[in-house]
Write a protein that binds this ligand. Structure first.
Ligand SMILES: Cc1ncc(COP(=O)(O)O)c(C=O)c1O
Length: 354
């Protein structure tokens, strides 16, 4: 059965699966280094950054850990309005940081005003914020949050989790003044899971050099030394990097703006469909995700039954996440998903609801 409308791991094109079967090379060989360099260089276009993109043999959570370990000696301010933001908070706490929260109910966005207020009360080294909350289908206004944060506390490093939006929504790291942006391979980039991509500004990397106990595996200062030689301190996830190299070509051939527009057109269609059927979209208008829609399940059927029906048609949606598990369902419209597939899904759901 295809996981088509699940917010990761998403379907991977056959050509990309095949790219992984390329034979292994010694990872210090010039031939591999050329592939590594091309992939990490090209990846910068996805982040709209002139800085560097680290490729880690980890999922996105590894980079959540890397960012708090490298960019904070002591204190972090975590914005929380969903399950993954809360995970980042827990990651920071379990790495021994003193973490304060800007927390709002899950059905509300994080506002620039709240962030500015918290940052003006005391100094924080790092601000963490999730761009696209995969649990709630909320897109936080990161551009505005970053502008407010820069004004209230220019030294604070602004770190953004874009796990479920980078490559599906435009996130302009440099223009927005972000210091660290992380994502995972298995969502909008439509790759198999297991690769983290983390873009880091110069000022963040300079600060990291003064932070003790950065660990070893995720020490970004060490990684940068190796990256400058087109390599990594430990063995990279070579097959995934082969796949990334080919997938970046496909993504850039589609065109980033066209790709973002495809995602937002699918989002609009799904959201209009839900509201047209009397099913409320969880996130408020103006803050809805372009890549995944969380819908209150006011149908008479539990998600398991909906999926049983869809399964007979080779389709699958996702149940709610965390606290929203039983009361919402989620339709992902990310990666290589097309409007035709969305129409097919919505027609099947209409058939079921009728
Ligand atoms: C917004 C967000 N952040 C972090 C994560 C964790 O990413 P990973 O599973 O790649 O570690 C997820 C996973 O779904 C996510 O959606």
């Amino acid at each position: 059965m295809s996981p088509m409308f699940v917010p990761g791991p998403v379907d991977v094109a056959a050509e990309i699966l095949a790219a992984q079967t390329r034979p292994m090379l010694p990872h210090r060989a010039k031939e591999f280094e050329a592939i590594f360099q091309r992939a990490s260089d090209q990846a910068r276009q996805l982040f709209y950054t002139q800085y560097r993109v680290f490729l880690t043999a980890s999922s996105g959570t590894g980079l959540q850990e890397a960012f708090v370990r490298n960019f904070a000696r002591e204190n972090v301010l975590a914005c929380i309005n969903g399950a993954f933001a809360n995970r980042w908070y827990e990651v920071a706490v379990s790495n021994g940081k003193a973490v304060d929260k800007v927390e709002v109910p899950w059905e509300q966005p994080i506002t620039p005003e709240l962030v500015a207020e918290a940052l003006s009360e005391r100094h924080y080294e790092v601000l963490t914020v999730v761009h696209n909350e995969t649990s709630t289908g909320m897109q936080n206004p990161v551009k505005e949050i970053a502008a407010a944060a820069r004004e209230a506390s220019p030294e604070t490093l602004i770190c953004v989790d874009a796990v479920s939006s980078l490559g599906g929504a435009k996130i302009e790291m440099d223009a927005w003044g972000l210091d660290g942006v992380l994502t995972s391979s298995q969502k909008c980039l439509a790759l198999p899971p297991g690769l983290g991509l983390g873009a880091v500004s110069d000022r963040a990397l300079n600060y990291a050099a003064s932070v003790p106990n950065r660990g070893w595996y995720f020490d970004l200062v060490r990684m940068e030394k190796h990256r400058l030689k087109d390599s990594t301190p430990a063995t990279p996830a070579m097959s995934l990097i082969y796949a990334l190299d080919v997938q970046l070509e496909r993504i850039l051939a589609e065109g980033l703006d066209a790709r973002f527009e495809r995602h937002s057109a699918m989002a609009r269609r799904v959201q209009e469909w839900a509201e047209g059927r009397g099913l409320p979209v969880y996130a408020p208008s103006g803050y809805r995700s372009q890549t995944v829609t969380t819908i209150r399940n006011q149908t008479p059927r539990p998600v398991s039954e909906i999926n049983q029906f869809l399964g007979m048609r080779g389709m699958r949606i996702a149940n709610g996440y965390g606290a929203l598990k039983d009361v919402t369902f989620r339709i992902a419209h990310m990666g290589e998903t097309t409007m035709e597939q969305i129409e097919e899904l919505l027609a099947a759901l209409d058939e079921l609801l009728a």
